[in-house]
Write a protein that binds this ligand. Structure first.
Ligand SMILES: [Zn+2]
Length: 103
């Protein structure tokens, strides 16, 4: 009788599942989140200012990858294209430039 109660208690303890918590840190991905991959673009053109402008912040900073949702390859090429566009004075370096030249 005594044995039965101890085994019963053990079984109850085992039945309780160990803390299984699945937390998603990233949104569930569809097929392609990278806009450049989706349209099949190989290079990012620094002359396409309207495209590049989507990937910079109000202050003229390049958006981080978690915000742009680009793949590593295209994020690198985008960053390079933005830097080229800045050099060609197509995009601003800082918010100071936006203030003076109106973005
Ligand atoms: Zn890509």
């Amino acid at each position: 009788m005594a044995e039965e109660t101890t085994t019963g208690a053990r079984a109850a303890a085992k039945a309780a599942p160990a803390g299984q918590r699945k937390r998603r840190t990233t949104a569930p991905r569809g097929r392609k989140t990278c806009a450049f991959c989706a349209e099949g673009a190989k290079a990012v053109d620094y002359k396409q200012v309207d495209v590049l402008r989507r990937y910079i912040t109000e202050r003229g900073q390049i958006r981080p990858r978690r915000k742009t949702t680009l793949c590593a390859k295209h994020q690198r090429r985008l960053a390079l294209a933005i830097k080229r566009a800045r050099f060609m004075a197509l995009l601003p370096y800082t918010s100071e430039h936006i203030r003076i030249y109106g973005g």
